[in-house]
Ligand binder design. Structure first.
Ligand SMILES: NC(=O)c1ccc[n+]([C@@H]2O[C@H](COP(=O)([O-])OP(=O)(O)OC[C@H]3O[C@@H](n4cnc5c(N)ncnc54)[C@H](OP(=O)(O)O)[C@@H]3O)[C@@H](O)[C@H]2O)c1
Length: 250
């Protein structure tokens, strides 16, 4: 299928995990993708792997200066964006008593301010028919220990799905979101856990998942691309759970 022939996507946090998978599928279906990430090295590596329809911008989703220069940086590659996947993020999971102000602010900067100002800055480059997809989380549905800040931040993103849909209706831009369950990515890598602790955490999570496995980033990408496609032309202000049913099956 070539659903995105000659279309351009901006994918924040596209060097790895779900963002990378979305970039890959978007390119496979005829489009071009601009990805962001925090370092020259990760962005360069991902662009090289994705091929000549991929472009990279080093931009930190938690940094206002970077967010405010995103539009100019994107315009070096294209004047029109058809899909924004506001995805950049990381996890830091801490017991309430150990959360400090810095961790709190950093998570909210990256997970809440990041998607808000990314979309604010890119909307002027979008035409009627364009699509915004936010990445929220199953953590908005299931209360998990140590997730207090992360879950609150993702609940704010969930709220953006609805409020942005309201404001962007007039422009003909559809706004939706996905709520992933436990997906096999590098999300645990910046949490301070070592490889063995990460493996243990994953092994503890797997029995709680109805399908008894983590999701693949490609399974998220299929849904993001569906939401961005013509096939989703009547879907607006919706959040699709891609979580193997974990949020409803006990
Ligand atoms: N994995 C899960 O189970 C799960 C479930 C629900 C929701 N999510 C959400 O899914 C999104 C993608 O995460 P993932 O699971 O695919 O993890 P991942 O494999 O670690 O990928 C995260 C991506 O975000 C980028 N990133 C992180 N912090 C950034 C920042 N401050 N500015 C710009 N880019 C940044 C990383 O790029 P660099 O390292 O190059 O900066 C990387 O490309 C996140 O918002 C996460 O909260 C994940």
């Amino acid at each position: 299928m070539q659903r995105f022939k000659d279309k351009f996507a901006l994918i924040t946090g596209g060097t790895n995990g779900m963002g990378y998978a979305v970039a890959q599928q978007f390119i496979d279906e005829g489009g071009s993708a601009i990805i962001t990430g925090r370092t020259e090295e990760t962005v360069h590596q991902a662009v090289k792997q994705l091929g000549d329809k991929a472009f990279g911008i080093v931009s930190n989703a938690g940094n206002m200066k970077d967010l405010m220069s995103l539009q100019e940086a994107v315009k070096l590659y294209t004047d029109t964006i058809d899909l924004v996947f506001a995805n950049a993020g990381y996890g830091k999971f801490t017991p309430i008593e150990d959360v400090n102000e810095n961790d709190f602010d950093e998570l909210f900067n990256v997970l809440v301010k990041g998607p808000f100002f990314t979309v604010q800055q890119i909307v002027p480059l979008m035409k009627s028919g364009g699509s915004v997809v936010f990445n929220s989380s199953v953590a908005t549905e299931i209360a998990m220990p140590n997730f207090s800040i992360y879950s609150a931040a993702k609940s704010a993103v969930q709220s953006f799905i609805k409020t942005f849909a309201t404001e962007l209706t007039e422009k003909g831009i559809r706004v939706n979101g996905i709520s992933p369950g436990h997906i096999k990515t590098n999300i645990f890598n910046n949490t301070g856990l070592n490889t063995q602790q990460i493996e243990e955490a994953v092994q503890n999570i797997i029995p709680t998942i109805p399908f008894k496995r983590q999701g693949e980033p490609s399974e998220i990408a299929h849904v993001v691309l569906f939401l961005a496609s013509e096939e989703a032309s009547y879907i607006h202000g919706a959040e699709i759970k891609v979580d193997a049913g974990i949020s409803v099956i006990r």
